[in-house]
Design a protein. Structure first.
Length: 326
């Protein structure tokens, strides 16, 4: 795995990896670990935001919180698929939305925050949308890769010592992962900007800075919330992404999932209910690179019986929704 870009280089990738290790790490700490100046890191960060789509935001970990997650496959009339994807992207309980199958299918991860949200979307709004011709909902059962573990780690541009120096100090959780109602203003502020300063979080919540620090540390320690990074993979030379629907022998489900987690091409992999039992996202340089992966590393895994590949035509939403320019 290597960066293939005329604009961004190894240091940019190191910065992305550092932010995946600790999205709230001060520029001074990142600079010291990477052996450059604070100003260089700040400048590279601003450029990645402006030209690479970089966003650092808080994410609620539905798996740790014991909440259901679903991946939706919506077969749509081609002239309305983009409109449906944009409407889904505006919802706070959706992520990783893209147009696939030549623009006739919308793929979307739904993370209902309340029990009724899933029914309202799947049994209410979507079936009443005339352009939605078919709905397939697959519940995510077990995450093999993704979530708090970022894809850039697979480039291995940080040494073990650098990665250890960047990771925040471990804090022992005092209870199970949970988000209390009084945490909502704090999390909402971090969902807008995961690097918001403590004074900014203090103003957003009305609590003292020390109280904000304590509660944030508890949320991170329990795994209820983590800081994630989104960016355009094409700026690193990997513009092609595809969703893989993998069917395995039941006894091979876990071993195949664990193997996928080690593959450089895989950015996300989860066991899922439905006709296939694993869904994964593969990232590649081009179609030839994707073919090499499908016919080689993936195809040779023992227990893989069938793979359906749906390349993304366009990404509509990753973690956050950027409104299209008018």
């Amino acid at each position: 795995m290597r960066v293939e870009s005329d604009t961004f280089d190894r240091l940019d990738l190191q910065l992305l990896s550092a932010l995946e290790a600790d999205g709230r790490a001060p520029f001074s700490r990142i600079a010291a670990v990477l052996g450059v100046s604070d100003q260089t890191i700040a400048r590279r960060y601003r450029r990645l935001c402006a030209e690479g789509g970089l966003r650092v935001v808080a994410v609620r970990d539905a798996e740790r919180l014991g909440q259901d997650q679903w991946i939706l496959r919506l077969r749509c009339a081609p002239d309305n698929a983009g409109t449906i994807a944009d409407a889904l992207a505006k919802r706070p309980d959706t992520a990783w939305i893209g147009l696939a199958s030549g623009g006739t299918e919308v793929l979307c991860i739904s993370r209902p925050r309340r029990p009724g949200d899933h029914d309202e979307l799947l049994l209410g709004k979507l079936p009443r949308t005339p352009s939605v011709m078919e709905i397939r909902a697959h519940q995510l059962l077990h995450r093999f890769y993704g979530g708090p573990t970022g894809w850039t780690a697979k480039f291995e541009v940080l040494t073990h010592e650098q990665a250890a120096a960047l990771r925040p100090e471990p804090v022992t959780a005092s209870g199970p992962a949970r988000i209390a109602p009084e945490d909502e203003p704090l999390i909402a502020a971090l969902e807008r900007d995961g690097r918001a300063t403590y004074p900014e979080l203090q103003r957003a919540t009305g609590h003292s800075e020390s109280a904000v620090k304590r509660r944030l540390a508890a949320l991170f320690a329990s795994g209820a919330v983590y800081i994630d990074v989104e960016y355009h993979s094409e700026v690193l030379g990997y513009p092609l992404a595809a969703c893989l629907w993998i069917t395995t022998d039941p006894a091979a489900l876990h071993s195949v999932g664990q193997a996928l987690a080690t593959h450089p091409e895989i950015a996300f992999a989860s066991a899922t209910a439905g006709a296939s039992n694993i869904v994964a996202t593969a990232v590649a340089r081009d179609t030839a690179d994707l073919y090499t992966y499908l016919s080689g590393r993936l195809g040779s895994l023992e227990g893989v019986r069938h793979v359906e590949t749906t390349p993304f035509l366009r990404k509509v939403k990753q973690l956050t929704y950027a409104r299209p320019a008018r």
